[in-house]
Ligand binder design. Structure first.
Ligand SMILES: [Zn+2]
Ligand SMILES: [Zn+2]
Length: 279
């Protein structure tokens, strides 16, 4: 649906209705929403928070994977949610008379989980009206340590033979997703500030909802993005998502095109429903 920095972003994100950011190449989905078709194939789901529009489809996801003979999924969520989550799954086990087999991984901000292909995902705190995490998918590259950069090749070979570690691991923040959040996260979180692709919510677009009201609801208002484009200086591509259904996708696109400062607009993609009827 959106291609950013070589990453296909599929799924759907409509504020208050459903959000699932599906990343097929990374074999992971961020939140499950109402389970868009492609996300049934995802074994690992990283959850930002437990609002219904982000987590509501999880029991269906679990049961449908089992029905299709796929492996039990791995659900990664903040530790404060795991007890209620397990009780919810127990209730479905009783109702559905099935095993609802899954792996539950509890995390806290700063924790890292392994993903397919040697990638990792690290979570960070975002600000909403309930406990919420953001997630960043990291790729690691090895590079020569700074102190060895201008050293002749023969000396490098000698050092390596003596067992000196010449290289260090560099983490590349490929894609960060902030879930539902206020804009403050961009003031403090390097994983969001420096992501090659940042998927950020922009729930409210004009004065139907004021900035103060948006903040009270724990969301980002377009006015805040337009007022502080410098927050995104280090971001590669800014993908705006989670627009409220009170704006149709075509109207949202027009408002965003008109209001975003030109330099910021040039690196923005809009993750909007493809058909008007989807809202
Ligand atoms: Zn939401
Ligand atoms: Zn929410």
């Amino acid at each position: 649906m959106v291609l950013a920095d070589g990453i296909n972003i599929e799924g759907v994100s409509i504020g208050g209705l459903e959000t699932c950011i599906d990343l097929p190449e990374f074999k992971v989905a961020l939140d499950i929403g109402r389970v868009p078709n492609s996300a049934v194939a995802r074994n690992t789901i990283l959850f930002t928070h437990a609002h219904m529009d982000h987590m509501g489809g999880v029991a269906w996801h679990c049961a449908t994977r089992s029905l299709r003979g796929l492996t039990p999924p791995r659900y990664v969520l903040e530790q404060c949610h795991t007890e209620a989550f397990s009780r919810m799954m127990d209730a479905w086990r009783a109702l559905d008379r099935s095993t609802m087999a899954h792996e539950l991984v509890a995390v806290k901000p700063g924790d890292t989980v392994d993903l397919h292909g040697g990638r990792k995902a690290r979570c960070f705190r975002t600000t909403h009206i309930v406990p919420t995490l953001g997630w960043c998918v990291l790729e690691t590259r090895r590079k020569l340590r700074a102190e060895w950069l201008n050293v002749p090749r023969e000396a490098l070979i000698r050092a390596r033979e003596q067992g000196v570690e010449l290289q260090e691991e560099l983490e590349i923040p490929r894609l960060a997703f902030c879930g539902d959040t206020t804009i403050d996260v961009l003031e403090r979180e390097p994983l969001a500030q420096q992501a090659r692709v940042l998927v950020l919510e922009c729930t409210f677009l004009d004065d139907q909802i004021t900035v103060a009201e948006a903040r009270e609801k724990g969301h980002v208002h377009l006015d805040e993005i337009c007022a502080r484009p410098e927050l995104f200086d280090k971001v590669g591509t800014l993908v705006l998502s989670h627009v409220s259904p009170r704006w149709t996708p075509s109207l949202a696109r027009r408002i965003l095109d008109r209001r975003l400062p030109a330099a910021l607009r040039a690196k923005c993609e809009y993750f909007l429903p493809t058909r008007e009827s989807e809202t």
